[in-house]
Design a protein around this ligand. Sequence first.
Ligand code: PEP
Ligand code: MN
Length: 294
Amino acid sequence: MRSCPVTDDGLTAVPLPDLSLLRRCWSAYDDPSTTHRVTVRSIEIGGPRRVVIAGPCAVESFDQTLGVARAVAEAGGQLLRGGAYKPRTNPHSFQGLGDEGLEILAEVRRLTGLGIVTEVMDPRLVEQVASSADMLQIGSRSMQNFPLLTEVGRTTVPVLLKRGWSATLEEWLCAAEYIARQGNRNIVLCERGVRATCHWEYADSVLDLNVIKPLRRATPLPIIVDPSHSTHDWTLVAPMSRAACAAGAHGLLVEVVESGADRSGLRCDAHRGVPPETLAEIMSTARERDSSAV
Ligand code: PEP
Ligand code: MN
């Protein structure tokens, strides 16, 4: 346990982790004390505007992906998310459409103009996934897949690095450094919830919004929050989005379903996606926070 130093006013200050090793890497950024802006198909993450990346959990069909993408664009979402390769805990669950999913994403990008954020799980597929993606997502389960981190670090494609669900802040930043030391410094961190006693009792995990402040102090990397996976309940996504923006997140990653979607027919995270009208509400929260100091 680190001890808590006592401040001048007699209160106990929260200790910050010793990140001196990591500063070696961050010092290569132009100015490590200001947020590094990561541009994804002309959308800047880390600037004054909150960026909302939204879309289906998984690419399940062309029509579903295009339908959700149009709803995202209409609500003002800036980038489209959607998994072609899905990391599923249960090997019997739907694993994603793979290559066919990538083709669908590329076509939907062509039709809507939205940049694509999609997950890569296999170091051998980095180049292939990157050909249909504007940002590569490293999922929670892959945060410490070091060959994968190294491989995405060799590309110039922006990376969305999700926190492993039991990773400390330091472990998470070490994962980021695996990417950065290969030359790719376009990294955005994503808090998605950490495992706690609630696991499968009433939620998936606890959204750790406490981490935003120390992270913002410790690194120049932008940080966004995924309120969809921790809550496991779409009705909680809008309030959690408000909390994340208030806590200083640079953006959000939100799962969306089509208007009037038959959730029972969805093959992945059927209860997590917000309907388009809730996404519109989340967008106005994000816009309200645009100019506020974080
Ligand atoms: C996802 O974003 O699709 C996902 C699987 O999330 P996580 O890796 O955070 O579980
Ligand atoms: Mn999901």
